[in-house]
Design a protein around this ligand. Structure first.
Ligand SMILES: *Cc1c(COP(=O)(O)O)cnc(C)c1O
Length: 396
């Protein structure tokens, strides 16, 4: 019999009653160290007093008005995102996939607005993840997400990550732009080189294409900069963000330059809930914390120490851990055993992590994690490795 909740998720048999900082707590008081952060969402951990206050204060005043009226909190948040990024303008959404939908529509509209309506195709990369709407599963190109859902939305050409010749070959008279994650999250914490990104920027400039970055996972401090593109020396024309910006409140945004957004005039795009006062209050509170002097430098320092610890564990357990990858607090362990087994073994040690493609286990803690949490996580990973090695010995 089908359960009341549509069974599209392979959930762990575990439920939490509350959260405190980097910890999630079950109703019988078991504490789990949350190094998954709701899939890179809870940047300030759980029940952060400033976020609780921001949401509570706004909830007591006004929840929702629709975009028929001005939303001062949204004007403020957009202004702050514009002031701190390449962008000149922002559209607010409720999720990452919607931010990507806006980005894709904007890229097509840009070309049409420039008098080139035949340009609608977007080049994307193998291993990419851009969401679960019909257009974003076509953009991501993963067979397992497309299977059974009818004809793939037209207009996406996928090439291997890092292969510039393949990109050049995929460009045609109908190409509107190139869409890429500065670090693939779901794909297994795979990082294209800065040179590759620079080459994409040049191609876009030469051929009148838009460069779109999907920073839904890498954004809002995750890599130790406000946005990952800041490490690369390349700025996009359009950028989708989501996960971290709401710190757990569902929201996303599509950022763009004035030029890229030129065709997006009144009536061309919209969302009932997007940018509502609750989301905007929380988004502003997240930025208050992440933009505080020293916050991102601290993320970089903590990340360095965590990565060193992970590298030591890799040296100690080379039969289990093949490689440590990633940047900032978007780290991955490429495993020699099934990543799902390792995620489960870590969960047995009360450490929560998230699987990814390419047999990787993602280590993506709240950005407020410190040395105590790193020490605890390191010990838990070591304990899981020992437990697995023992099991393997017993089986042999
Ligand atoms: C999570 C994610 C998305 C989709 O976001 P949703 O909020 O689940 O729609 C898109 N792109 C990237 C890179 C992501 O990590």
């Amino acid at each position: 019999m089908i359960p009341p909740v549509l069974p599209t998720y392979a959930r762990a048999d575990l439920a939490f009653e509350r959260g405190e900082g980097c910890y999630l707590i079950t109703d019988d008081g078991r504490r789990y160290l949350d190094f998954g952060a709701g899939i890179a969402v809870n940047v300030l951990g759980h029940a952060h007093p400033r976020l609780v206050a921001a949401l509570g204060d706004q909830a007591a005043k006004l929840w929702h008005t629709s975009n028929l009226y001005r939303i001062p909190g949204g004007e403020r948040l957009a202004g702050r995102l514009v002031a701190t990024t390449f962008a000149d303008t922002v559209f607010f959404t409720n999720s990452g996939a919607e931010a990507l939908e806006c980005a894709i529509k904007m890229a097509r509209k840009f070309q049409s607005h420039e008098g080139r309506p035949e340009r609608f195709r977007i080049v994307t990369f193998e291993g990419a993840f851009h969401g679960r709407t019909l257009a974003t599963i076509a953009a991501g190109g993963q067979a397992k997400y497309l299977e059974g859902f009818g004809p793939k939305v037209e207009g996406f050409d996928q090439v291997p990550l890092g292969n510039l010749d393949a990109v050049k070959q995929a460009l045609g008279r109908e190409t509107a732009g190139i869409l890429i994650e500065p670090i693939q999250g779901e794909g297994g914490v795979r990082t294209p080189s800065p040179e590759f990104l620079r080459a994409l920027r040049s191609l876009c400039d030469e051929q009148g294409l838009v460069l779109i970055f999907d920073e839904v996972q890498t954004g809002v401090g995750r890599t130790g900069k406000l946005f990952a593109y800041e490490w690369t020396g390349v700025t996009p024309d359009i950028m989708a963000i989501a996960k971290g910006i709401g710190g757990g409140f569902p929201m996303g945004a599509c950022l763009a330059t004035e030029r890229a957004a030129a065709g997006m005039t009144a009536g061309t795009h919209g969302s009932t809930f997007g940018g509502n006062p609750l989301a905007m209050a929380v988004g502003n509170a997240v930025l208050d914390a992440v933009l505080e002097p020293g916050f991102l430098e601290r993320v970089q320092a903590v990340s360095l120490r965590l990565k060193q610890q992970l590298a030591m564990l890799k040296d100690e357990y080379p039969a289990l851990i093949e490689e440590v990858r990633g940047q900032g607090l978007l780290l991955g362990l490429k495993m020699r055993i099934p990543n799902t087994d390792f995620v489960a073994a870590l969960r047995d040690q009360r450490l929560l992590t998230v699987g990814a493609g390419d047999n990787v286990v993602r280590i993506i803690p709240p950005l407020i994690a410190g040395d105590a949490e790193i020490a605890e996580a390191t010990a838990a990973i070591a304990a899981a490795c020992i437990a697995i090695a023992k099991k393997q010995d017993a089986a042999a």
